[in-house]
Design a protein around this ligand. Structure first.
Ligand SMILES: NC(=O)c1ccc[n+]([C@@H]2O[C@H](COP(=O)([O-])OP(=O)(O)OC[C@H]3O[C@@H](n4cnc5c(N)ncnc54)[C@H](O)[C@@H]3O)[C@@H](O)[C@H]2O)c1
Length: 323
């Protein structure tokens, strides 16, 4: 179960059977990554429609990899045949060595799911959450053995993005972290360990700091949206500038993340900026609404910088003027 050597001498996989709870944007692709690594996967979702959509998405993505010569038809078929689906998350976990939860980002739903799963699985089963905002200690007290609980935070799209953050809770067994590092390496990803809980983990905190500085420069009148993005791309080698990225991911998503972080910490440095709050209040959320920091036409082609939005009348960020 933890990567030992079999009597035949062949190295066994770490956690050969994995249950993935939630077949949405993240769970479907996490299941795909794990199936590609040669492991058996049970993909569970309360919605049969979500399961069917997940299988269809994996099928079409892998089909296009086969067409481009990046994958053999046999590898596709093998990976596909390793994924079993169920609409009963608890029974789906019973035989798993590892359970990765990627369900809706609601703490009460995650806690009740882990309470039921924790009571049903074997004591050695490892339980992990893919949550972007909840740390292990917010959930682990509902399972019988919190030392077997950790965060495994994949990035979107999980089939492509290399990094997986391994998040240690205060009670997580240090040896479990080492095994998790081996597991992440075996599924072809790059593990990074967050040794102590902090909201936002590593990569998203750094991304947030860059975005905050970009907004500070914009609000101070030091440079335009276009030039700040251009500096990040051409001087720092970023594939996309911070404003381009916010428009792509949705300005409201970053706003909600910062609001949650501010509510948790009470630190004004964590609060959403005036600029972002104004865009959210105006409904200018980026590419999906045709206007964010840039303007887009119906086909999604960028037309140029959008004008600044008026500050909302009620501001959730207190008196801050940037960040
Ligand atoms: N979307 C991202 O960019 C991203 C990136 C990293 C981590 N995450 C995290 O991954 C998790 C899932 O996010 P997502 O974007 O895939 O969400 P999503 O809304 O696309 O999918 C969630 C799925 O969970 C299912 N579900 C809800 N309650 C369930 C239950 N009790 N049991 C089983 N299935 C249930 C829903 O039917 C849905 O299919 C969240 O915790 C989020 O923080 C998201």
């Amino acid at each position: 179960m933890t990567g030992t050597t079999s009597p035949s001498g062949a190295a066994e996989k770490v956690w050969p059977t994995v249950a993935v709870l939630g077949a949405g944007a993240m769970g479907s692709q996490i299941a795909g990554v794990i199936a590609l690594s040669g492991r058996d996967v049970v993909l569970a979702d309360t919605s049969d429609e979500a399961l069917q959509r997940a299988l269809a998405t994996l099928d079409s993505r892998w089909e296009s990899s086969v067409a481009k010569g990046r994958m053999t038809a046999q590898a596709k078929q093998d990976a596909y045949s390793r994924i079993r689906t169920t609409t009963d998350p608890v029974s789906g976990c019973v035989r798993a060595d590892l359970v990765i939860e990627a369900i809706v980002e609601k703490l009460d739903v995650k806690r009740s799911t882990f309470e039921a799963v924790g009571a049903a699985v074997a004591p050695a089963t490892v339980l992990a959450t893919n949550s972007s905002s909840f740390v292990p200690s917010q959930i682990a007290d509902v399972v019988p053995d919190p030392s077997r609980f950790l965060g495994l935070h994949f990035f979107n799209p999980a089939l492509v993005m290399k990094c997986v953050e391994i998040i240690s809770g205060p009670q997580t067994d240090p040896q479990l972290l080492e095994t998790a590092v081996r597991f992440v390496e075996e599924i072809g990803k790059e593990p990074v360990v967050l040794r102590k809980e902090i909201n936002g983990f590593i990569a998203n905190r750094i991304l947030g700091a860059v975005r905050d500085e970009a907004i500070r420069l914009l609000e101070g009148g030091y440079a335009s949206v276009t030039d700040i993005d251009r500096a990040c791309r051409t001087a720092l080698g970023y594939p996309m500038g911070p404003f381009e990225l916010m428009d792509l991911t949705g300005i409201d998503i970053g706003y909600l993340t910062k609001t949650a972080r501010y509510e948790a910490s009470g630190d004004p440095a964590d609060a959403p900026s005036r600029t972002v709050a104004a865009k959210v209040a105006a409904g200018h959320l980026g590419r999906k609404t045709g206007r964010g920091f840039y303007l887009y036409d119906e086909q999604g082609t960028r037309l140029g910088e959008a004008p600044a939005d008026d500050a909302p009348s009620t501001r959730s960020e207190g008196d801050r003027s940037h960040g």
